[in-house]
Design a binder for this molecule. Structure first.
Ligand code: ACM
Length: 531
């Protein structure tokens, strides 16, 4: 059906049924689409794997079919045809139109990301549908949908605790299920180096030893083969991975492996920084990042750049730093920190399309058109404003409300709070960015989108990982995707209750905000760390 006829058909159907309305309560989709029109009647489909006659598009169905296969009990029923169409006239990347007919579903989108998003919507409809023998009964509806933000991210810190390939794949599945499309992978920090670098094997054999709980735990890390496997897995789910190698601070694990590049000790922060005055430090890091670049097709490398101040006092004792400052007429150590980042930007941008840094790097004057900023310090709104006014593209990930290692209820004891009382409830995440100083900026093109960050000092087990993530991943998803007119607390709660049942099916240990006693807080360690 062409677009005009399609519209006529929809309008006619709406007139006949009189039932078209938005935000339909029994449509348990998260994130909620821009517009849902429920028509009279049902759509009855085989509960069997989907197939398409477009050979070039069949790869898109893999995630759907894998997710549904445990629920498909009868392997003899025919496969279900799905009508997938690329319609370039739908201009917004990732947008789609989905229509359920009596015995078929059609999805049209301007690009394969949009078709995939439509399929994920269908997956959620399937998972929450009424079963009828070997068939599923879906509502008869038309959905028009487009993302609010292009960057809908989730960050996992695997330095403080390492979770491994299986858990990361499960998280990528959930990200895809919630239309989250950027996985920021924090692969190095003081407690452990987690990615194989062929040229510097001690980074993993020595730097991979230990974690936040046990500094002597045997080395854990991803081989380059593992990384390739995970990158391919993410790609099938339309998720781009952004690796982070944190520098010049948070580098203790690397410095344990290669002390020649250490910036020295500061009180409480042994070997926290890399040495900015040693020319060989830059060659060493560039070699590492070249290997990283070859593994991650995103062409974005996150260089960290946060909290260098913790260990910067070490540089005062370094005669090389004094010489560097004199030669470049630098008057304070912040300038040395920025010099370090500019040097790294110069070399990384020869082989990487973009670099990314935490917002401490905003004053460093990195190339505006090729640097993305992660704004995390909600107590430094001026840093966000400076980034925007300098023209940087920004990902919003302020601690309040987007840090997932903060507790999610006042009664929870394990995990972080801000100023001893503030935490991040699932509704705080849901209301972002309207509940933040970024509210006025969200329509600006310089805001790439938002991201939830899970630091893992307190995340000693998978149970606790799940407890912190669910259901807040659902809130994050709707904050990232759904524009304000369709955001609504009470309808979100209704839909979320249906998703809690899906968590039960997968044995997820989640926080239930409606029945907090269902799963008592998963407690491993206590930290009151507020940084
Ligand atoms: C950070 O939380 N240190 C970026």
């Amino acid at each position: 059906m062409n677009k005009f006829l399609f519209k006529v058909f929809v309008i006619a159907a709406l007139m006949i049924s009189g039932a078209g309305y938005s935000n339909a309560q029994n449509i348990n989709l998260i994130p909620y689409p821009s517009q849902v029109d429920v028509l009279k009647g049902n759509c009855v489909l085989y509960n069997s794997p989907l197939f398409t006659n477009h050979k070039g598009l069949s790869g898109l169905l893999q995630f759907f079919n894998e997710e549904m296969s445990p629920l498909q009990k009868n392997s003899h029923i025919p496969k279900q045809l799905i009508d997938l169409k690329i319609l370039p006239s739908l201009a917004v990347y990732g947008s789609y139109e989905l229509t359920t007919f009596e015995n078929q579903v059609a999805i049209a989108a301007p690009d394969s990301a949009g078709l995939f998003n439509g399929l994920v919507t269908l997956l959620q409809l399937y998972k929450t549908a009424k079963p009828l023998n070997d068939k599923l009964v879906l509502p008869h509806l038309v959905i028009h949908d487009r993302p609010r933000f292009g960057w809908r991210g989730f960050m996992l810190d695997e330095s403080r605790h390492f979770f491994g390939k299986q858990t990361v794949k499960e998280l990528l599945d959930w990200m895809a299920f919630y239309k989250l499309n950027r996985f920021h992978w924090h692969l190095s920090d003081s407690q452990g180096w987690r990615i194989e670098i062929k040229k510097y094997p001690l980074l993993t054999s020595i730097g991979g030893i230990g974690n936040f709980t046990d500094p002597l735990a045997s080395a854990t890390y991803y081989t380059q083969e593992d990384i390739r496997e995970i990158v391919a897995y993410a790609k099938e789910r339309f998720i781009t991975i952004i690796p982070e190698i944190d520098m010049p601070g948070h580098a203790t694990a690397a410095n344990r492996a290669y002390p020649a590049f250490s910036g020295g000790d500061a009180p409480g922060y042994p070997a926290f920084t890399l040495d900015p005055a040693n020319e060989e430090t830059y060659a060493y890091l560039t070699n590492i990042l070249k290997e990283i670049r070859a593994l991650f097709p995103s062409g974005i490398i996150h260089l960290g750049g946060d909290e260098v101040a913790f260990g910067i006092a070490a540089w005062e004792k370094n005669p090389g730093v004094a010489r560097l400052m004199a030669a470049d007429q630098m008057t304070d150590l912040n300038q040395v920190e920025h010099y370090f980042l500019r040097r790294m930007a110069d070399s990384v941008l020869k082989f990487s399309n973009y670099l990314m840094c935490w917002d401490e790097a905003v004053p460093a004057d990195l190339p505006v058109n090729r640097t993305y900023i992660s704004w995390w310090r909600q107590n430094h709104p001026e840093s966000l404003n400076e980034a925007i006014s300098k023209g940087y593209k920004v990902v919003l990930c302020p601690r309040l409300p987007l840090y997932l290692d903060f507790v999610q209820d006042s009664t929870h004891r394990s995990g972080r709070k801000w100023e001893k009382t503030k935490f991040n409830s699932y509704l705080d995440l849901y209301h972002f960015p309207e509940n933040s100083i970024a509210a006025d900026l969200s329509g600006k093109t310089n805001i790439l989108g938002l991201q939830g960050n899970l630091w893992t000092e307190t995340v000693i087990s998978k149970k606790r990982l799940q407890y912190l993530l669910f259901p807040r991943m659902a809130s994050l998803a709707e904050a990232g995707w759904t524009a304000v007119p369709a955001k609504n607390d009470s309808l979100f709660n209704t839909r979320l209750k249906a998703h809690l049942l899906l968590y039960d099916e997968k044995n997820i240990y989640y926080y239930n905000p409606f029945h907090p006693d269902q799963h008592p807080e998963a407690v491993d360690v206590n930290t009151e760390d507020q940084d």
